[in-house]
Structure formats: C-alpha cells, structure tokens
Design a protein around this ligand. Structure first.
Ligand SMILES: [Zn+2]
Length: 256
C-alpha cells in the first residue's frame, strides 16, 4: 500500500449552500444535540449532486464498506498510512503525532470498492448519494485512530485530547496553608498535570464555607494525572478529606 503524500477534496464543488466553495463544517447539530464531526460537500436543497463522483482523498486502503438506509447510509472508510512529510505537517499543524488517518464517505449512492482494495489518491470509490439523509451530498470526515477503532464507533475528532494539544500543569514544591476550601484545586484543566512534593495544611479550619468538597487537593476528573508525595496536615480535621480525586495515579500520600 502506498503512503499518503497529500490529501485532496473528495468530490468537486458545485457551489451549493452554504458557501462559495460548497462545503461546510457543521460543528453543532441543534436538532440532534450532537456535534457534527465532518464536512458536508455540496449540501443544499436539491439533488443536483446525486451521482457525482466521489474520489478517495489520499492513497490508502478500504477498511470498511457498509450499506444502510439510516445514519451514515452507504459508507466507505479508508485507512491512510502517512508519508514522512505529511506526518510532519500534521504534527506541526494540529499537534497530532500519528502515522495513520482514516477518511470516511457517507450517504453514498453507489459503492465501487471492496474492503482490502488499495486505492490511489483521486481514484473513484463511489458516487454522491442521499442514503440515510434527505438531500444528496457527501458527508466526509477525516479522523485519527484512538487505539483500535471500535466497529460501531466510527466518529472521532481529528483534533482530540492530547497533552500536546491542551497543555498541562506542574504543581510542585509548594507550601499551601490557611485556605477556606481547598489547597490545590482544578477541574478538567488538571488533565495530564502533575502535582507532587507539596505541603498542604490548615485547610477549612475556620469553617467559613460549607459543602462536601473541602480538601487539601481537589481535582474534578483527574484524568491521566500524577498526584504524588504530597504531605497534608490539618485538612478538614473532622472528616479528613486530604485528597479528592479520581482517575489519576495517586501515590506516596502522607497525612498528619
Ligand atoms: Zn454530514
């Protein structure tokens, strides 16, 4: 299978709604209350594009073909192994370090490839249709794999959560004391962060505030965090919530 060296548009523009070049990223789908994770090429009122060629966006291999009358309708998914330059570009532009991407083509009228077919960039793989949708258009997505692709969950954002993309914090070697609610606190901003070697004491001793989340360290959704070797003392003495966190790595905790 040839590496992908470039990506091209999967069908030609005909200038339908909503903008001059005929495609749209509809990021929030109000009716269904979901994110629409792709682009709708030549979406509009009318079926002018029915039967128009749909071409593979890059060198790749067909990994999925299915025919349905709802949802994505007739669907093709291709896998693309990235060439060196493309991989470098994606890493620099989107912060995603991956050696493969998937492209998805939905609502097709006809499908002219099978699983396992090796496809060249620009090669016809099917035609624009309206299977599973009201008006003829090509729904197109590019996504990066997150682990192994689950069969039923095809939808992934190309720009997902990664340490490179959203950043992280290091909170270390601090002395934190005399706090009304929590010594060190974070919500989703704590993802990928490290909290270690902090000395935290006299938390919620004055009882000015009420609530159940008084703590030396309090993190909501401590996903992929490291919370290590923190020393806490006199934290909410009656109940002793020195650290409130879940999902992260927690070790070397010391209390007094
Ligand atoms: Zn769509």
């Amino acid at each position: 299978m040839k590496n992908a060296e470039k990506f091209i548009h999967p069908t030609k523009f005909t200038g339908n709604w909503p903008n001059w070049n005929g495609f749209a990223f509809l990021d929030w789908h109000k009716e269904n209350n979901v994110y629409h994770p792709g682009e709708d090429y030549n979406f509009g009122y009318g079926d002018q594009d029915l039967g128009q060629d749909t071409n593979c966006t890059a060198n790749g291999i067909v990994v999925h073909v299915s025919k349905r009358t709802t949802g994505y309708g007739n669907l093709i998914i291709c896998k693309h192994n990235l060439g060196y330059n493309l991989r470098k570009f994606i890493k620099e532009t989107y912060g995603i370090d991956t050696n493969k991407l998937y492209s998805l083509y939905a609502h097709l009228k006809d499908i002219s490839v099978n699983v396992g077919d090796e496809i060249d960039c620009g090669q016809k793989i099917g035609t624009v249709g309206k299977s599973g949708t009201k008006w003829a258009h090509l729904h197109f997505e590019i996504f990066a794999p997150i682990g192994e692709i689950a069969k039923k969950a095809w939808r992934f954002y190309p720009v997902g959560w990664s340490k490179e993309k959203i950043g992280s914090h290091i909170i270390r070697n601090n002395v934190v004391f005399d706090c009304g609610q929590a010594g060190i606190v974070g919500s989703l901003g704590g993802v990928y962060s490290k909290i270690y070697n902090n000395h935290i004491y006299d938390i919620w001793t004055k009882r000015i505030f009420s609530g159940a989340e008084m703590a030396g360290i309090k993190i909501h959704a401590s996903i992929d965090m490291l919370i290590k070797n923190n020393f806490t003392a006199t934290v909410r003495p009656s109940k002793g919530s020195d650290i409130l966190a879940a999902c992260g790595q927690l070790s070397g905790k010391a209390n007094a």
